[in-house]
Design a protein around this ligand. Sequence first.
Ligand code: ZN
Length: 102
Amino acid sequence: MSNMRVWIYRLLTIVWLGLFMVAIQFGSSGRFTEAGVVLGVVLALIIGQALMLKCPACGIRPGILSLVFWSLFLDPACYIADVLLVKECPRCGKPFIKNKLL
Ligand SMILES: [Zn+2]
């Protein structure tokens, strides 16, 4: 697992959050077609993000765990925090980031 992949995983959150803001802008100005298209991209990014990180040791995908768990609680803020702060596998504890400062 390279650190690069973990950083891409984290940064994708910023990308879809930004796009989500754009969708809200479109929606509030009555441009629902554009809002729908952007929302579709946001959803695709979230799903792609959940699929891209896989624990090399036990094979679980922590993004999917977080997504399912926090969707149940309807708490996107916790999901975002989970993704942005991911450091190790939630199941076996194997670190994803080699540099301990991050
Ligand atoms: Zn693991």
